[in-house]
Structures are given as C-alpha cells and as structure tokens.
Design a protein around this ligand. Structure first.
Ligand code: R5P
Length: 325
C-alpha cells in the first residue's frame, strides 16, 4: 500500500515474571538488552494482573519465569503474561521456563492419576505460546507434550566444567541416583572418562518424597562418587544415595544437580558429612537462607541468553551442545 513501509527489523522483547527477577536481569545483561517494564500485581483475592508499559506489537517476545514455590502462582502469572502478549499482537511468544513446572508428573504410574506436565503444556499453548525453552527436563519426552518447538537446553556443559578441573577420572565414579537418570549419567561418564554406577531407588507411591535405596550396581569402593541428578527437592534422594555409597566404601561424595528446589528439610539433609560438595545452577532462586557452606551455585543465564539469541537470530540451538564439554 502506498505510504506504508515496514522497517523489516525484528524486535527482541524480554519479559520477566516476579519469581526470580535476578535471573531475567542476568539474561538481559548477557544479551546487552533490557527487560520491558512490566506492571505485575496480585490483588487482595489472589488474582494476578500484568501489563507491559511499552508496545510489544510485532515483537519476538520471551517470557522468563522461574517456577519456584508458590509454583501455581508463578505458573499462572506466566500464563497471564503470555495472554497479554498475544492480545497485544506480539509476533512470536516463547515461554522460558528453565525449571519446567510439574515435570515429574509426566506419566500415569497408577490408575486415575493426572499427567500434569501435559496439562501445563496445553495451558501454555492455549495462552498463546509459540515455543517453549527449558533446561534439563525431568524426562526428554515432555517435549512432545507441547505442539510446537521446544528448545531443550542442557546444564551439563556448565556443571561439567566445574568438576573437570577438580576431580581425577582415575578415582572417579559417576552415579545415577535412580533409573530415570541413567542416560544422563552415562553421558557424564563418557565426557569425564569415568565408570558409571547406578542406584536402585524405590519410592513409596502413597507418600510424596519418601524413598528407599535398595542396591548399588557398579564399582564405588575406594572411589570418589559424583551423583548426577536433574533436581534436588527435599534432598532425600541425594542423602540416601550418599549414605549408601559411603557405606559401600566410597571415599567421598560430590553432587551435581541442575534445579535447586530445596524444599524442607533439604537444607539440613544436604549438610550431611557424607557429602563434600553440592553444585547446582540458579534456574530457581536460591536466597541466602537456603545456602550453606558446601553449596556452589553456577549461573545459568549465559546458557539461556545464548539460546534466546540463537532463536531470535534464527540460528541453531543444537549447535550450542555439539561437542560441548
Ligand atoms: C526423581 O526422579 C528426581 O530426578 C529427583 O531425584 C527427585 O525428585 C528429588 O527429590 P527429593 O530431593 O525430594 O528426593
């Protein structure tokens, strides 16, 4: 049409929920960008409201939220922000959920159970999300729950570099704390050139977060054991694994986990003498009162920022992990 011109320039818009603003600030800084000023509030009855103070029309928008406790509130806030973006004519909306909410409810283990991870994907879709970006999904197949692109990032290169300089592969064993982590632990074992051990863990299906360790498969006697997990919630999985490994003759235990959920009594349990160091990333906020002397927190913002850059620039997220670490 005469008189109407398109600038042709893509507009990157970064939006933060209120759960973990520091992570969004760090991502924006890595990208040399800024967060869009946003008015987000909770009304007296618990309803959430969000409005962006600048135009997002035609933008490539990334909504960053960290699903920490109270997880349902932060999920709802992110959905509302996505809805607001859709109604304000953003061109593409990416949900950045470094810790995918409800990821552990990814299948029907017993009759009459929900598959809540699928429900969350449906909620994001209905709200208006075009794609999802997440880090270390509890199960990779969650990607298939969302009908659209999912950028599944791995914290392994970040965590692995920390340990590579500290641990000697000659005396190291990588440990999967349950059957669900074997594949990831196997990759760690390849990358560090150390053997793999597997713990047979059992859950009480009637009591949340209750587990028992049954047996250890693999050589751990006289070795330093590096337990690799996607998340630490109450800490029971890690502590029971660490105690079992020490009882089996390990000389020390260190832990790598991506998501520090740290629900009580994690703080007490993780300061167990059997555990020399716990290394996590900041996909979830870790306030001072959740920190302890043997905890190391590595920043995840550079990884997320690079992935956002690749998506915005129509580059390759896969290339970020090719030959990584
Ligand atoms: C289990 O499948 C997960 O990978 C974690 O090991 C587990 O959810 C951690 O929970 P907690 O710290 O409460 O044992």
């Amino acid at each position: 049409m005469p008189g109407i011109k398109s600038s042709g320039e893509k507009k990157l818009v970064l939006i933060s929920g209120r759960a973990h603003p520091q992570l969004a600030i760090d991502i924006a800084a890595e990208l040399g960008s800024e967060l869009i000023p946003t008015d987000a509030r909770t009304f007296a009855n618990g309803e959430i409201y969000a409005r962006f103070d600048e135009s997002v029309r035609g933008a490539d928008a990334f909504v960053i939220q960290s699903h920490t406790n109270p997880i349902n509130e932060w999920l709802m806030e992110q959905l509302i922000m996505v809805d607001a973006l859709k109604r304000a004519s953003a061109k593409r909306i990416t949900v950045v959920a470094p810790f995918y909410p409800y990821a552990r409810q990814d299948k029907k283990g017993r009759g009459r159970e929900p598959i809540s991870a699928r429900l969350v994907a449906d909620l994001f879709k209905v709200a208006g999300a075009d794609r999802i970006m997440s880090v270390d999904l509890h199960a990779a197949q969650i990607q298939g729950f969302f009908d659209g692109p999912v950028d599944h990032l791995f914290a392994m290169p970040v965590l692995l570099e920390h340990f590579r300089v500290k641990l000697d592969p000659a005396t190291l064993t990588i440990v999967s704390p349950d059957m669900g982590r074997v594949r990831v632990a196997d990759i760690w074992s390849d990358k560090l050139g150390a053997p793999l051990a597997i713990i047979h863990k059992r859950r009480d299906p009637l009591v949340p977060n209750q587990i028992t360790v049954h047996e250890i498969v693999g050589e751990v006697k006289g070795r330093v054991c590096l337990i690799v997990d996607d998340l630490i919630d109450t800490g029971r999985t890690i502590v029971q694994a660490a105690e079992a490994l020490m009882a089996a003759g390990a000389t020390g235990v260190v832990v790598a986990a991506t998501h520090a959920v740290f629900s009580p009594p994690a703080l007490d349990l993780l300061q167990n003498p059997a555990i020399q160091e716990v290394v996590v990333t900041d996909t979830l906020p870790i306030p001072e009162d959740k920190r302890f002397p043997t905890l190391t927190v590595l920043p995840i913002a550079p990884l997320l920022a690079r992935a956002i850059h690749e998506v915005f620039d129509e580059g390759s997220v896969t290339s970020m992990f090719e030959g990584a670490a």
